[in-house]
Design a protein around this ligand. Sequence first.
Ligand code: B1M
Length: 210
Amino acid sequence: ADLLSAIASALEHGQQKKLLSLCRQALDQGYSPDDILSKGMVKGMSDLGDAFSANRAFVPEMLIAARCMTAAMELLKPHMAASGHEPVGSACLGTVQGDMHDIGKNLVKIMMEGSGIQVIDLGVDVSPQQFIDAAQQHHCGIIACSSLLTTTMQGMRQVVELARARGIRDQVKIMVGGAPISQAFCDEIGADAYTPDAGTAARTAVALLR
Ligand code: B1M
């Protein structure tokens, strides 16, 4: 548990070299990539978010931490994505319009790919049109939307509405997630599934595609 706290702290303070070396150490000691992520790095990010809310940390610190987390995710990825699954279908994934947060989205991508789903990654700041166009073009069974801001989450409603307007609503499942999203919001906008974390998102996506 001490090692995981050290990982959280290194992430929160943007110490990339230290973070990578602690992650290697944790893997060597048999910690699961899931625990390293959720009890280490995600905890550190959440502490940093609290510090930001309290005006003890600022945007540059969040950017540096995000860069550290991306680097550490590269290190963990080969240990997470248990490949060898039968292909189960495809999903287009992105962070909604106006929103630049991509760490949670990237985690969802890693977990979905590890479960045998082909992921079309649309990146960040994705408009409803881009989601629907990509789903049609690539024949995706799932549209997966991430949002971290209360100001951008309404973009998900527009994705659902545009899917309806384009006549593809019954051919595609719409999944939503991200810190401000809830089951109640998912129900309210008429999306198909809300999941609280990347692992559950991947399992739910597989179930929806089967
Ligand atoms: Co920003 N930011 N940020 N930020 N940032 C938050 C989200 C915030 C909560 C911080 C705070 O105030 N405490 C706050 C939002 C407040 C609100 O909306 N009510 C906030 C703000 C205000 C902002 C800016 C407006 C700040 C400013 O400029 N003044 C600005 C907005 C920019 C924009 O997007 N237009 C901004 C910018 C940034 C950075 C660019 C500096 C950086 C992002 C860098 C990047 O992503 N490449 C950043 C960061 C790092 C954060 C915090 C600290 C960490 C987010 C993160 O990566 N968490 C965040 C505070 C916090 O979350 N406590 C904060 C780790 C990640 C693994 O978790 O993304 O939640 P998360 O993903 C989780 C689940 O949510 C879920 O799975 C993951 C776990 O397995 N999940 C899904 C996510 N997507 C899913 C989709 C699914 C299913 C599950 O299905 C499709």
